[in-house]
Structures are given as structure tokens and as C-alpha cells.
Design a protein around this ligand. Structure first.
Ligand code: NAD
Ligand code: UD1
Length: 336
């Protein structure tokens, strides 16, 4: 299939492009390089021997985006492009709504005009809010989101669902990611945090590589195995493989499916920290702090639907996630 990948030079997008190319698909990337670098194209080529086509286009620029549709006959779209920092979305909500909603609507309108009917959208476990009990099941529906970023994910899910109810020939898979971490085994692509990382593993990676002094653990008084928050971490390469299955599913079915992508098991902050210590061969200092406002105690996926519909099951364990994260972080430092 010829597939348009928006946000394809980003963290999850770049890993997905590798898996798509390796599965025999043709990839065309659209990215404005707001949160990624053009060098990623070299890295993708180094890994799979094929350089994806690339357009430096902002999805808010509808005319520019339309040129991409004019020049290519796409069968499907995987839509990653968007802003993703929760705290920032609280500070500048309009910027988030503009990019993540108006940008997406431009894309969906062009898909309609050029009759590109198959879509995979990057949603998030954040759409469950704190309304439900674990494991989170797709059938729970949408919870109460607690920040504008989460609301943009929820609104996109609603928009796509309505769009496909109006046009029964359309097909979409809304993937609710749990916590993607790790990097490609080659150490060539991975997550490059912008400023001080908010998320756990990028922060631990910077402590392990000497860029920060210690990890601040946000609370150890939750009702969990050791009192620290529990999340469903999934290797980004597993997540990327899930996209290949999802786009192939979309191309052979009609309607809209919501599917969780996680491992189905949770790890606490301290369990992740200890796995990372094993991966980097050194102790990682930490301090227990107060809870982070808005955090929930435990979050993990019910993965039955992904298994049944997509025949997808994550294979990489937490040790491998940490090893691959550390390898990429060390390479990144060498390059600087
Ligand atoms: P990322 O920032 O690494 O990748 C997003 C890419 O989109 C970047 O390359 C950026 O330059 C590009 N982009 C942003 N706005 C754009 C615009 N207007 N036009 C063109 N390109 C634009 O993020 P990621 O971690 O790879 O996440 C990809 C998607 O998955 C995002 O939609 C994100 O919200 C979603 N998601 C991520 C996580 C996570 O933990 N990383 C979890 C759940 C959902
Ligand atoms: C974050 C996002 C969420 C997104 C998800 C997946 C927030 C508030 N939520 O959630 O919208 O869908 O990532 O990418 O950012 N922790 C520490 N110290 C740190 C960082 C984190 O102890 O420096 C703890 C947290 O309290 C939590 C766990 O580590 O218990 C994971 O945190 P994080 O990586 O930020 O992910 P989420 O909270 O799941």
C-alpha cells in the first residue's frame, strides 16, 4: 500500500515507517519538523535500505497538504502529527486545539476529497481519564479528560467516528497507546526529549547518562505494589508493528474500531527504575516527592481486542525496553 504518514519523522512515526517499509509498504512522510529532525530520514534509510519520500509541510497549511495528495495516490493514512505535552497544553490550549484539531480536520477533508478511505489515528489511554477501573477496556468509551491535550485526542476520536458514520465506505482504527518507551535496537532512532523530560523513562535516561542528578519519584503512597504509580509500558517497536497490523486491518474492513495498544501488565516507577539500573549497569539516584497533580495510581490495558482483531501481542519486556532506551541515549550524547 502507498501510505501517507503524518508526523513520520517523530518518535513513534519514525519507528512505524521502518516497520511499514520492512513489511513492503510505500511510505510518504509529511512533517513540519517542529519536534523532529530531517536526519531521521537518513536513519530510516540506514535501517531498512529505503528512503521514504518526504514533504516538509505543516498540516495547518491546507494548500501545501493538498499538493501532497495531488502528487500521490494514497490508499491509507497514519496520522501522528500533533503536539503532545500535557503541561504545555494546559498553558497554551488554543495552540493545541488549533494544531491537533484544525490540522486534523484539514487532513480528513483532503482524505474525503481524494477518496482516501483508510485511517489509523494516534489516540491515547489518557481518553479513559480516571473514570474507570483497570484493566481499561475499549468498551468503557471515553472518560473525562483532565487536560486540553487529552481532550484533543478525545475530540479526534469523536470526529473520526462521526465522519465514518456519515460515509459507510470509510474505515478507521483508533489506537489508544499506553506508555510507549524504548528505541529501535540499532540505536539510530528513538525519542529525543525537548527540554526537561516530563515522562518517566526519558527522565531516567538522562539521569543514567549523567545529564541530571536524580529522579524525582512522584509519590510513594498509592495503593500499589510499592506505593509508586503503575503504568503499562510498551516497547515503541511493538507499538510500530501494531500500526502495520492496524492499517492492514483498516484497508480490509469498514467502520471504526477503537483498540488499546499496551502489554496488559503494569510496572511501578521503582520497578522501571530497577530495570533501567540493570540495563545501564549503575545505580540511579532518586528522591520520593509529593504526588504529581492529575496522576492516577494504576493504568494498564485490556489487550484482548488487539489480539482478536489485529492478532497483535507485544513481545518485548521491560528489560529490553530499558536496554534499547539506554543504547539510544548514549548514542545521542556521543553525537552531540
Ligand atoms: P513526536 O512529537 O515525536 O512526533 C510528532 C511529529 O509530528 C513530530 O515530528 C512533529 O514535528 C510533527 N508535527 C507536529 N505538528 C505538526 C504539524 N502541524 N504539521 C506537520 N507535522 C507536525 O510525538 P510522538 O511521541 O511520536 O507521538 C506521535 C503521536 O502519538 C502524537 O499524536 C501523540 O499525541 C500520540 N501519542 C503519543 C504518546 C507518547 O507517549 N509518545 C502517547 C499517546 C499518544
Ligand atoms: C503521561 C501523560 C499522558 C500520556 C502518557 C503516555 C501526563 C500528566 N500524562 O502519562 O497524557 O498519555 O504519558 O505517554 O504527563 N513519574 C515520576 N517521575 C518523573 C516522571 C514520571 O515518578 O519524573 C511517574 C509518574 O508519576 C507516573 C509514572 O512515572 O506514575 C509514569 O509517568 P509518565 O511517563 O509521565 O506517564 P503517565 O503519567 O502515564
Amino acid at each position: 500500500m502507498k501510505i501517507l504518514v503524518t508526523g513520520g519523522t517523530g518518535y513513534i512515526g519514525s519507528h512505524t515507517c521502518v516497520e511499514l517499509i520492512q513489511a513492503g509498504h510505500e511510505v510518504v512522510i509529511v512533517d513540519n519538523l517542529y519536534n523532529s529532525s530531517i536526519d531521521v530520514l537518513d536513519k530510516i534509510e540506514a535501517i531498512c535500505g529505503v528512503r521514504p519520500s518526504f514533504y516538509e509541510v505543516d498540516i495547518l497549511d491546507k494548500e501545501g497538504l493538498e499538493k501532497v495528495f495531488e502528487e500521490n495516490d494514497f490508499e491509507a493514512v497514519i496520522h501522528f502529527a500533533g503536539y503532545k505535552a500535557v503541561g504545555e497544553s494546559v498553558a497554551i490550549p488554543l495552540t493545541y486545539y488549533e494544531n491537533n484539531i484544525a490540522g486534523s480536520i484539514n487532513l480528513y477533508q483532503l482524505m474525503k476529497k481524494y477518496e482516501v478511505r483508510n485511517l489509523v489515528f494516534s489516540s491515547s489511554a489518557t481518553v479513559y481519564g480516571d473514570d474507570f477501573e483497570v484493566p481499561f477496556k475499549e468498551e468503557y468509551g471515553l472518560g473525562t479528560t483532565t487536560n486540553p491535550y487529552g481532550t484533543t485526542k478525545k475530540m479526534n476520536e469523536m470526529i473520526i467516528t462521526d465522519m465514518n458514520l456519515a460515509d459507510k465506505n470509510n474505515s478507521a482504527v483508533l489506537l489508544r497507546y499506553f506508555n510507549p518507551i524504548g528505541a529501535h535496537h540499532s540505536g539510530l532512532i528513538g525519542e529525543i526529549p525537548n527540554g526537561i523530560p516530563n515522562n518517566l523513562v526519558p527522565y531516567i535516561a538522562q539521569v543514567a547518562s549523567g545529564q541530571r542528578d536524580y529522579l524525582r519519584v512522584w509519590g510513594n503512597d498509592y495503593d500499589t505494589v510499592d506505593g509508586t504509580g503503575v503504568r503499562d509500558y510498551i516497547h515503541v517497536v511493538d507499538l510500530a508493528k501494531a500500526h502495520v497490523k492496524a492499517i492492514e486491518y483498516a484497508a480490509s474492513h469498514k467502520g471504526t474500531e477503537v483498540i488499546n495498544i499496551g502489554t496488559g501488565r503494569g510496572y511501578s516507577v521503582l520497578e522501571v527504575l530497577h530495570a533501567y539500573e540493570k540495563a545501564c549497569g549503575q545505580e540511579i539516584p532518586y528522591q520520593i516527592m509529593d504526588r504529581r497533580p492529575g496522576d492516577i495510581a494504576v493504568c494498564y490495558a485490556d489487550t484482548k481486542k488487539a489480539e482478536e482483531l489485529l492478532n497483535f501481542k507485544a513481545v518485548y519486556d521491560i528489560d529490553r525496553m530499558c536496554e534499547d532506551s539506554y543504547r539510544f541515549t548514549c548514542n545521542l550524547q556521543k553525537d552531540r
